[in-house]
Design a protein around this ligand. Structure first.
Ligand code: ZN
Length: 163
């Protein structure tokens, strides 16, 4: 995958180390996507999502559970605080709010999450979540972008149990 990207874009030459050590940049920096001209959008830029989009266009597939995503998501889940217990549901990262029992399941932004068209692997995670909650609690499906870029919204969803 790296070879595909290294000769394609003016942005790519400055971000070789992003592919070998994703901890260098969780979302975006001036070595990859940020510029003075796009400063209004800096909070929304995500190099990993940009690479996955390009890869999807070229290869028609994406590793939705790649270790790079899972590490960044895991670190972002830590920021929610101790009242959220981290879980793994069919390999998907998830958290359960201690007081409400609500569960948030996190998946790649390209995976279908709504009830009628949910990816099979995500449906299995949903079933595992159902086994962990009582009738008062809810399961909300969110994506990696939500937890990385908008953790305060994720916390709100998990308090209320709805999106
Ligand atoms: Zn970067």
């Amino acid at each position: 995958m790296i070879a595909f990207f290294l000769n394609k874009s003016k942005y790519i030459s400055g971000m070789e180390e992003h592919f070998t050590d994703s901890s260098i940049c969780n979302t975006s920096c001036y070595s990859c996507l940020r510029s003075y001209q796009n400063r209004r959008f800096h909070p929304l830029l995500n190099w990993k999502l940009a690479v996955d989009t390009a890869f999807l266009l070229k290869e028609k597939k994406v590793d939705t559970l790649s270790i790079d995503w899972l590490e960044i998501v895991s670190n972002s889940l830590e920021s929610l605080g101790k009242e959220f217990k981290k879980l793994k549901l069919n390999d998907f990262p998830a958290v359960q709010h201690e007081r409400t029992g609500n569960i948030g399941v996190f998946s790649h932004p390209f995976l279908l999450r709504n009830k009628r068209h949910r990816a099979i692997s995500l449906s299995m995670a949903h079933r595992e979540a159902e086994n962990r909650i009582d009738s008062e609690a809810s399961i909300v499906h969110l994506d990696y972008f939500d937890i990385i870029h908008r953790p305060w919204k994720v916390a709100g969803y998990l308090y209320t149990g709805s999106i």
